[in-house]
Ligand binder design. Structure first.
Ligand code: SAT
Ligand code: MN
Length: 596
């Protein structure tokens, strides 16, 4: 008999504020017909029992206990390795409310399609009820949800990624409201897989995938798609951004929020270790979050941010002693690895980690070098508690959040886009975010390396019409507001030989320093039609060597190239029709004229 057998909800259903929750759980159980129901309390004993069960049935493989204590490898179904944007829907009564940026279905059709899939799907399985809180449990900015799933792997990951269990259930009981997420791995059949959102009902239904953002519903489904919709009506922002604190030698810390698409280095930037000279001078980076940021105006007019997550679901490949030593320390123990390779002595391994040779690839086969395919899946991941990160900031648990001094947008752009520029004002900054482009990565299924517009890195995650989202962003510029400065960066500019021109990683601190000095009025810049660019002398580049090509491309501005870019941005904005805010069109036209 399963140790995690049927247990009862915490309170008498009829009288308590949990009545709605209990009724929903009963309704889902009647539809999915599980063998048993388990309410997750988040305790160690519960986790130990789940892990033991998953080890016994092969869902988890124990890794080398000396080098990686209490760490596990999970191999997902080979057809289930990334988010599936083409199968992700936003179901609003009016199609226009979901916008051209989302796949849409009428809510009734969405429910019918999903409920047909869920019908009886948990027969022979345990149904887990996971109460969770996104954000510090006592923060007014936090929001609760309940995920129902038949995947113990999802439970173990949600326990790391969210504040899960008894305290969250208590908050739900107090508040009476929560986001409902229903998930089943189904048959893991790509032809029977959908991720559907019903923003007006604060409801998510996800079927047929056990992977990452498709299945850990607190993450992209709740904390971005549903939360962005809630944020619009409640006057805040739910964004695909890391949050870091930059402490200077005077001991002052400025907080920066930065939006980059998936697998473009958010985790590395959030955990950055300054170059040696900076370290000696007393610079330090504090990690608040690596993926999601919720922010709202405080009484003083500044934007205050929390990280709604409690852990990192980070990309493994490329994580190394050079790119992210803090991440390597973080994942030394108590970590779930998904789809990485392993060495002969059963340690997790991925491309870019080190020079050792992998023995077994992510599918579990002997690794065959001659095939030339990677041993770890390019979207292989680690799930780990943020508390294990050496640079984790104590402020990350502050219920009031941290005040944001700078917002950064960025993508992978091999050409045209310089290292960094500053927006003139808020409206220009919103255009910079709206016009953002990036080459696609392995974080979603589909072609990799194709340039697409990814406004604010939210293309896959905004739960409503982008035109309304841009209006919402613009609305924060009002009397009394003390808004952050907005910047754009590109760590990925390439030379004619195809090599990256900027060293990146720790040296990105030089760019962050310039930004904060722009905020405090201590650094110079040259004005151009696209924004304020640093002259090479405005940035501390001591110890770095640049040829003429690197100087031109990282710090220069290609007028003809930008003219073409702004034409394409204009066409992109036109695609949203009359809902697109006039102010953004005007910004685009003003810059286009300046470029001509
Ligand atoms: O799979 S996730 O959506 O959680 C990761 C990502 O794409 O950012
Ligand atoms: Mn992400």
């Amino acid at each position: 008999m399963n140790k995690l057998s049927q247990n009862a909800p915490a309170k008498d259903a009829g009288r308590s504020k949990l009545a709605a929750l209990n009724a929903w759980v009963a309704e889902v159980a009647a539809l999915t017909r599980p063998d048993s129901i388990h309410w997750c309390d988040g305790s160690d004993a519960e986790n130990d029992a789940l892990i033991a069960q998953m080890e016994a049935d092969g869902t988890l493989i124990r890794l080398n206990t000396e080098t990686h204590p209490r760490s596990w490898l999970h191999r997902s179904h080979p057809d289930d390795v990334a988010r599936v944007e083409h199968l992700t829907f936003v179901c609003t009564p009016q199609q226009d409310d979901a916008g051209p940026n989302n796949h849409w279905m009428p809510p009734a059709d969405g429910h019918a399609k999903m409920d047909a899939l869920f019908d009886g799907c948990m027969a022979g399985r345990t149904m887990y009820v996971i109460p969770y809180c996104m954000g510090p449990i006592d923060s007014p900015l936090s929001r609760c949800g309940v995920e129902i799933t038949d995947s113990p792997y999802v439970v173990a990951n949600m326990r790391i990624m969210t504040r899960m269990g008894a305290p969250s259930l208590a908050r739900i009981e107090r508040e009476g409201s929560f986001v409902k997420g229903l998930h089943s791995i189904g048959e893991l059949d790509p032809n029977r897989r959908f991720i559907m959102h019903f923003p007006e009902e604060l409801t998510i239904k996800s079927y047929g995938s056990g992977y990452g953002g498709n299945a850990l519903l607190g993450k992209k489904c709740h904390a971005l798609r549903i939360a962005s919709y809630q944020a619009k009506s409640e006057g805040w922002l739910a964004e695909h951004m890391l949050i870091l604190g930059l402490e200077n030698p005077q001991g002052e810390t400025h907080y920066i929020a930065a939006a980059f698409p998936s697998a473009c280095g958010k985790t590395n930037l959030a955990m950055l270790i300054p170059p040696e000279g900076y370290r000696k001078d007393g610079w330090k980076v504090w990690t608040i979050g690596d993926d999601i940021c919720w922010m709202r105006p405080g009484a003083d007019g500044r934007l205050y941010a929390i990280n709604p997550e409690a852990g990192f679901f980070g990309v493994a490949p490329g994580t190394s002693q050079t790119s992210n030593p803090n991440a390597l320390k973080t994942i030394q123990h108590d970590t779930i690895f998904t789809n990485v390779a392993v060495t002969g002595d059963n340690q997790p391994w991925w491309e870019g980690l080190d020079k050792r040779e992998p023995a077994i690839d992510w599918r579990g086969n002997d690794y065959d070098f001659s095939k030339g395919t990677p041993a770890a899946h390019p979207n292989s991941r680690f799930t780990v508690s943020a508390k294990q990160c050496p640079s984790y900031s104590p402020k990350a648990e502050d219920p009031q959040g941290v005040p944001i001094s700078a917002i950064v947008f960025g993508g992978r752009r091999a050409s045209l886009v310089p290292l960094v520029f500053e927006a003139r004002d808020w409206a220009h900054g919103v255009l910079v975010g709206a016009a953002m482009g990036s080459e696609t990565t392995a974080a979603a299924t589909g072609a990799v390396g194709v340039m697409r517009r990814d406004p604010m890195a939210m293309k896959p995650f905004c739960g409503y019409n982008f035109a309304d989202y841009f209006s919402h962003w613009l609305s924060f510029d009002k009397p009394g507001a003390k808004l952050p400065k907005i910047f754009h960066v590109n760590w990925f500019r390439k030379g004619d030989d195809g090599r990256f021109l900027w060293p990146g990683f720790g040296d990105n601190l030089r760019v962050l320093e310039w930004m904060i000095k722009r905020v405090t009025g201590e650094a110079g810049a040259q004005e151009t039609p696209i924004g304020n660019l640093p002259n090479v002398e405005d940035l501390n580049v001591a110890g770095l060597e640049f040829g003429n090509e690197a100087r031109d491309k990282l710090f220069g501005f290609d007028q003809a190239g930008w003219r073409a870019e702004f034409e394409s941005i204009g066409e992109y904005l036109d695609g949203y029709g009359p809902r697109m805010p006039q102010l953004l069109r005007k910004e685009q036209q003003r810059i286009t004229e300046a470029l001509n």
